[in-house]
Design a protein around this ligand. Structure first.
Ligand code: ARG
Length: 459
């Protein structure tokens, strides 16, 4: 038998394989709440504009609430024969309210319907992710303010570079995750237009009020071009792109936690609650949460590329290809939310090992730059020469199996006669970080200013 929604011109029903490739209900049932919201707004508008009788609109809206509670209560039977969430909801509405249900689809198409539902869903996710990012930012800030002046090695090339503070390092992630928030916020502002009422592609001859439905659904305005309204998926692409950048940031912090929690580093200790054991090696405590967070970028960026590839070269307007937009977005959203929550939990529980950090900060000749700068300031050497003198001192220290502050004054004056006792003041890691007071620098005073600025901004 042919389809009850569109089967008028069909004598035969679909092949089983046709139904299998065509049906999206297996995943787009996640749009149920948004679909019902959109339909209620549409019905109210049809009544307000005199296209639908008030009592029919009322029956539809009450019926839709029943459908929603059935779905939310798990008492709804989804049917693949009805393809997608839109037709599943409408078919059930028909069973509940009868004839008026058939009037709901006036001046509407599944093309503008799905575009509306999906935008609403993505917008909800952006709001949820924003909340998760705020919580994560607060966890980073808590770590930063606990160790605003704890000294640790700063790295370039994963080689010790210069001493920095733990607080400064945590605050670098605050900057990153705050940019992620603003990226989602930008995308949200751009996507907040309503496709509803674009109908199939060309608009409609019914005297609808698209501004009314846009407002009812929390959109800033209706999309201005009906062709664009039904074929645009930029909002999903921007969501995925923002999610990818955020996941990339998470992967960098996760990687640092993996490295730092190793026996070779011991910079941090992960809590038992965010670690796992080994089934064969009894001593093991593995950073599985950090590793999984590190890996999430793979599927999130994969989803982004999936949708870009689906959209590339699609002629206007709607093509069924676009039904493939949902699963990558759902998967990316779910996994980003999970990764954000796991990172937040891990950071809250994390112990930074202050003594280990401080000892490590003094290794690797980390204050060599301070020494070179001192030679410039005290002895008026050109920086290039100071660099060379310092390099020679580093080589001597290395040959003697010691660090820079362990060189004797004699050993130093042998390299440059002008060096005097005052040099030892700049070779300590605390002096080093305290001296880097330039705006955005690692001096604890500067770091505390940034912490205060962000704490106020997040209030
Ligand atoms: N399930 C479809 C989708 O997700 C809904 C739109 C179908 N429109 C159509 N004309 N076949 O894209």
């Amino acid at each position: 038998t042919s389809n009850q929604m569109w089967g008028g011109r069909f004598a035969d029903g679909p092949d089983a394989i046709m139904e299998a490739i065509n049906a999206s209900i297996g995943f787009d049932q996640r749009l149920a709440a948004q679909d019902i919201r959109g339909s209620s707004a549409h019905a109210a508008m049809l009544a307000a504009t005199g296209i639908l009788r008030d009592n029919d609109a009322e029956a539809i809206r009450e019926g839709l609430l029943t459908v929603l509670s059935e779905i939310e209560g798990g008492n709804f039977t989804f049917s693949a024969a009805l393809e997608d969430i839109h037709m599943n909801v409408e078919a059930r509405l028909k069973e509940i309210v009868g004839e008026p249900a058939g009037r709901l689809h006036t001046a509407r198409s599944r093309n503008d319907q799905v575009a509306t539902d999906f935008r609403l869903w993505v917008r909800d996710q952006m709001d949820a992710i924003d909340g998760a990012l705020v919580t994560l930012l607060q966890a980073c800030l808590a770590q930063a303010s606990a160790g605003a002046d704890w000294v640790m090695p700063g790295f370039t090339h994963l080689q010790v570079a210069q001493p920095v503070t733990w607080g400064h390092h945590m605050m670098a992630y605050v900057e990153m995750f705050a940019r992620d928030r603003s990226r989602f916020a930008d995308a949200r502002a751009r996507m907040n237009e309503s496709p509803l009422g674009a109908a199939a592609l060309a608009g409609t001859s019914f005297p609808i009020d698209r501004h009314m439905t846009a407002e009812a659904l929390g959109f800033d305005r209706p999309c201005a071009n009906s062709l664009d309204a039904v074929s645009d998926r930029d909002f999903a692409l921007e969501f995925l792109s923002s999610a990818s950048i955020c996941a990339m940031h998470l992967s960098r912090l996760a990687e640092e936690l993996v490295i730092w929690s190793s026996a070779q580093f011991r910079f941090v200790t992960l809590s038992d609650r965010f670690s796992t054991g080994s089934s064969i090696m009894p001593q093991k405590k593995n950073p599985d949460a950090a590793e999984l967070i590190r890996a999430k970028i793979g599927r999130i960026l994969g989803s982004t590329i999936t949708l870009f590839t689906v959209m590339k070269g699609l002629p206007l307007t709607y093509s069924k290809d676009m039904q493939e937009d949902k699963e990558p977005v759902f998967d990316a959203a779910d996994n980003l939310m999970l990764a954000l929550a796991a990172m937040e939990g891990m950071l809250r529980d994390l112990t930074a090992n202050r003594d280990v950090l401080e000892r490590a900060a003094a290794t690797g000749f980390s204050t060599a730059t301070d020494l070179a700068d001192w030679l410039v300031r005290e002895l008026d050497l050109p920086f290039r020469e100071a660099h060379h003198v310092t390099g020679t001192l580093v080589a001597r220290a290395e040959a003697g199996g010691k660090d820079l502050p362990d060189l004797t004054l004699d050993e130093m004056t042998a390299v440059h006669s002008g060096i005097h006792q005052g040099v030892f003041d700049v070779l300590g890691v605390h002096n080093s970080v305290a001296s880097r007071t330039s705006y955005g620098g690692t001096a604890p005073a500067r770091v505390r200013e940034q912490i205060a600025r962000w704490e106020a901004a997040l209030k």
